[in-house]
Design a protein. Structure first.
Length: 256
């Protein structure tokens, strides 16, 4: 299905705004920049939908906004370009390489996350390495390349894993709802077979276990569930369901 540019731009704005909000929810923030967050998730999802071109553009806009309104962890123009512009362009580009394919968000998370990490890693070793501490995580630092690997990997790897976990949890939730919908359809068909629309209203005052003046066509349904109150069907539509009534309005609010 062809999607208009207007729609893609609107979606990009929404996903970028979501990324900015998620960037504020930090599980951990390192002193010289870099946080464990879910900020990458909306950019990855957008890129997986529309490809690496649009994903790169969304990453560029997000990186620019993040630098302008964020904490601005930078020491010169190279760190600004690499840590904000190139890093998130790389994220959007990598996330969109396998767009519109099965499992694209998972491939996009790994590829985009690794490309973003590479941008942080290079500038970390070549520029930030000049301010490398003597110790980091209890280890003596002698190489800026190892320091950059350890520093940037310590927030990028958890962030990548966190995104994969959220996508996986979302998939499980969607599949669960799909299975529930299938089961509901089977149950509806089963109940429909129990309903006899040709039966007439019959008084059953003296019949034990049934309410007064119940509809005879509901006898089999009533044996299945005494809360049956009616049946609604509209020809030429999918609306063909039993109507339930309990003693309160909450019982069937979340009951199938």
């Amino acid at each position: 299905m062809k999607v208009s540019k207007t729609r893609m731009i609107c979606e990009a704005a929404i996903f970028i705004a979501m990324a900015e909000i998620l960037s504020l929810i930090k599980l951990y923030e390192f002193p010289n920049g870099g946080s464990i967050t879910l900020e990458m998730l909306p950019i990855i999802l957008f890129a997986a939908r529309y490809g690496c071109g649009w994903g790169s553009l969304a990453g560029l806009v997000y990186g620019t906004i993040t630098y302008l309104i964020g904490n601005k962890f930078s020491i010169d123009w190279t760190t600004i370009i690499c840590d904000y512009f190139i890093a998130f362009v790389a994220l959007g580009f990598g996330a969109g390489l396998l767009s519109r394919r099965k499992w694209s968000v998972y491939y996009g998370t790994v590829i985009g996350g690794l490309l973003r990490f590479l941008a942080h890693y290079l500038v970390g070793a070549l520029v930030w390495g000049k301010w490398m501490p003597d110790e980091f995580f209890g280890m003596t630092m002698t190489s800026p390349w190892f320091y950059s690997l350890l520093y940037n990997g310590s927030y990028m790897l958890p962030s990548i894993i966190l995104c994969v976990v959220v996508f996986a949890a979302s998939l499980i939730y969607i599949l669960g709802n799909k299975m529930q919908s299938i089961n509901n359809g089977k149950l509806s068909d089963e109940l429909s077979n129990l309903y006899d629309p040709n039966a007439t209203n019959t008084s059953t005052v003296n019949k034990d276990g049934y309410p007064n003046n119940y509809i005879a066509g509901f006898e089999a349904l009533y044996k299945r569930n005494p809360d049956i109150a009616g049946w609604i069907k509209i020809p030429d539509t999918k609306l063909d369901y039993a109507v339930m009534q309990a003693e309160d309005n909450d019982k069937y609010h979340r009951t199938d």
